[in-house]
Design a protein around this ligand. Structure first.
Ligand code: ADP
Ligand code: ASP
Ligand code: MG
Length: 412
């Protein structure tokens, strides 16, 4: 007998027929003798519609009330699945975030889970119930409903799996697993059977939305085995696990694309000590995280400073930049939000050189201009114009041989 946490995403619970199909799968695991905790997302599109309603109510919706509103999407699906299971004669019980003991900090809209008290779920499991949990939501120390950020049901599921010491956390979604790149962009993308937490984390950070970043951080920290798989077939998906010796060791494991960044350039800033601090301190104080930064020196004691922020923070970052630029006498500010960040990721890069050169040559072969570059031990990212994003992903996928047999260290 195993303890399984199964999370179903928005497309998998998009209507009653699909929720009934989820009920079939849950029953199957339960009838096998497994204990099952189900974590659900809202029906696809519902969170977006709730956000749009809130914007109609107020230009800048109150963050506390916005969380109260958007948490209802998951409340609906959890209640419906529990109802269906009960009507079929199964013992089932739904739990909202607070009933499932998901305690978070106070940051509305992107709260972090601080601890989980799973006693209610545990009691239900001991009594032979299927526990159905509303994903995405928790409660802060003052009893206020919070949400965990877009895609947050993945994190609810992994956190519950970790707290219950579940044998596996299954993430059921609308693709067959984690692919070498987004299969909706590149039809040659291939499913990866096993991927390390480290690579999966980079892929999530760099735009592969198949798992929320925090869910992978959590799984890595507490060693929760994740199985990403399709809710529409029985195929084995992708296991996200620690690096092990039986793993195929690849140089490049995946390509990602993130369309959610925007660029700000302060031109002709005085080239003096303390200038970067003057710009980035007020941004940090406004809780705006800056991703890439590049500084070009020009003649005459001046420099150009370029950086990227997420599109959500773009307007606020622009305002702050204009203010700072005025104070320190920058000549001009340029901004662009039609940009994309394409990245190449792989643990094998730690011990292999030449990956950057292949990446730059591939982009050049399609005449794609690189605006900014950043690297880490296991990834290289380039900012390019958004209109070339899909072409860049497909070109890089081919350039690194990802559409053929995976390239291994042994092969090279
Ligand atoms: P869910 O609603 O089930 O949480 P998401 O839409 O959040 O599903 O995530 C699944 C989507 O992630 C897929 O439909 C796919 O387009 C996208 N995706 C992006 N990169 C990848 C990748 N490397 N492998 C698989 N899916 C990816
Ligand atoms: N419903 C939320 C969203 O759309 C959370 C999730 O689906 O994981 O972001
Ligand atoms: Mg998701």
């Amino acid at each position: 007998m195993a303890l399984r946490v199964q999370k179903y995403g928005g497309t998998s619970v998009a209507d009653i027929e699909r929720i009934k199909h989820v009920a079939d799968r849950v029953q199957k695991a339960y009838n096998q003798g497994d204990k099952v905790v189900v974590v659900l997302s809202a029906m696809s599109g519902v969170t977006d519609s709730l956000i749009s309603l809130a914007r109609q109510a107020s230009k800048t919706p109150d963050k506390r009330e916005l969380d109260v509103l958007i948490a209802t999407g998951e409340q609906t699906t959890a209640a419906l699945l529990a109802m269906i299971l009960k009507s079929r004669g199964y013992k089932a019980k739904s739990f909202l975030g607070f009933q499932a003991g998901i305690h978070t900090n106070k940051t509305s809209g992107k709260a972090r889970i601080q601890n989980i008290d799973c006693k209610n779920i545990q009691q239900a499991l001991e009594k032979g119930h299927i526990a159905v949990v509303a994903g995405f939501q928790g409660i802060d120390a003052e009893g206020t409903i919070t949400t965990l950020g877009r895609g947050g049901s993945d994190t609810s599921a992994v956190a519950i799996a970790s707290s219950l010491k579940a044998d596996v956390c299954e993430i059921f979604t609308d693709v067959d697993g984690v692919y070498t790149t987004d299969p909706r962009i590149c039809s040659d993308a291939r499913k990866i059977n096993k991927i390390t937490y480290e690579e999966m984390l980079e892929m999530a950070i760099l735009g592969a939305k198949v798992l929320q970043i925090r869910s992978v951080e959590f799984a890595k920290k507490y060693n929760v085995p994740i199985h990403v798989r399709s809710s529409f077939n029985e195929e084995e998906g992708t296991m996200v696990v620690n690096e092990s010796s039986d793993m195929e060791s690849v140089i490049v494991s995946g390509i990602t694309c993130d369309m959610n960044e925007a660029r700000i350039t302060l031109k002709r800033v005085p080239d003096q000590p303390g200038i970067s601090a003057k710009i980035f301190t007020p941004l940090a104080e406004a809780e705006i995280s800056v991703d890439m930064i590049i500084q070009n020196t020009r003649a005459g004691g001046e420099t150009d400073l370029t950086f990227t922020v997420t599109k959500d923070d773009f307007e606020r970052a622009k305002k702050i930049s204009h203010k700072v630029a005025k104070e320190m006498g920058a000549i001009e500010i340029l901004t662009a939000d039609e940009i994309a960040k394409v990245s190449v990721i792989g643990l094998g890069m730690k011990s292999h050189s030449g990956v950057a050169a292949i990446m730059f040559q591939a982009l050049a072969s399609e005449n794609i201009n690189i605006r900014l570059i950043s690297t880490s031990e296991i990834r290289i990212s380039c900012i390019i114009l958004a209109k070339y994003a899909e072409l860049a992903v497909r070109t890089l996928h081919t350039a690194f041989g990802l559409d053929q047999k995976r390239q291994t260290h042994q092969d090279t």
